[in-house]
Write a protein that binds this ligand. Structure first.
Ligand SMILES: [Zn+2]
Length: 118
């Protein structure tokens, strides 16, 4: 485990043990084991952790953007919704995998009981 930064491995969606194998089998489904080193990932469970950070990050960015554009450009409400709702949705989707990867990597790095092997 030494040498692998859990934040970098998680953001890259790589194994928290070796930093090489992908931890995802689908969009958000974890593989059973790392394809590079065989680390058992079946017990890793990030729960609602990534969602909390996504809500906080996306909510802050989107609300700040809505407020700034509304105060500076005074767009109609339909244009504000047309721009910022898809932005928030796409940013949320884009952050899901990296933040789930960070949560899983931090579980292994901190030896959380949920992710402990054996
Ligand atoms: Zn690995």
């Amino acid at each position: 485990m030494a040498g692998v930064n859990p934040f970098l491995a998680g953001l890259a969606c790589r194994c928290p043990e070796c930093g090489r194998g992908s931890i995802f089998a689908g969009f958000l489904k974890l593989t059973a084991a790392c394809p590079a080193c065989g680390l058992d990932l079946r017990r890793a469970d990030s729960g609602d952790g990534p969602v909390v950070f996504i809500v906080l990050i996306v909510g802050t960015v989107a609300c700040f953007g809505v407020i700034v554009t509304d105060l500076t450009m005074h767009p109609p409400i339909w244009l504000t919704l047309l721009v910022w709702m898809p932005f928030a949705g796409l940013l949320s989707l884009g952050l899901m995998r990296p933040l789930k990867g960070v949560m899983v990597a931090l579980q292994f790095h901190n030896r959380a009981s949920e992710a402990r092997n054996g």
